[in-house]
Write a protein of this length. Structure first.
Length: 96
């Protein structure tokens, strides 16, 4: 719940852009759903979010555009459906 409080505190500044570092880290599924719902509602109001996240399920369900980094460099970018099947991404992370 601390993550929701932190998000609320950030929103008091009325930002146009919010950077979230690992919002899914250490969060149970029920709370993660609440965080995702809050982000979606705020995004619908025009606030842009930049997520740095390792939970790919969360990323693929939350984001309209994704950039995949490997060793600090971008290797793919685009809509989640494209990125999840990109051969470069699959090779880098699954050794396909």
């Amino acid at each position: 719940q601390r993550k929701l409080l932190e998000l609320g505190a950030v929103m008091m500044a009325e930002p146009e852009l919010v950077l979230l570092d690992e919002p899914a880290g250490g969060v149970n599924p029920a709370l993660l759903e609440r965080i995702g719902d809050r982000i979606r509602r705020l995004n619908a109001r025009g606030i842009t979010f930049l997520l740095v996240e390792h939970n790919m399920s969360f990323v693929m369900n939350m984001c309209s555009d994704v950039v995949v980094l490997h060793r600090g460099r971008p290797i793919a970018a685009g809509q989640p459906a494209h990125v999840r099947t990109d051969p470069v991404v699959l090779d880098a992370y699954l050794g396909a």
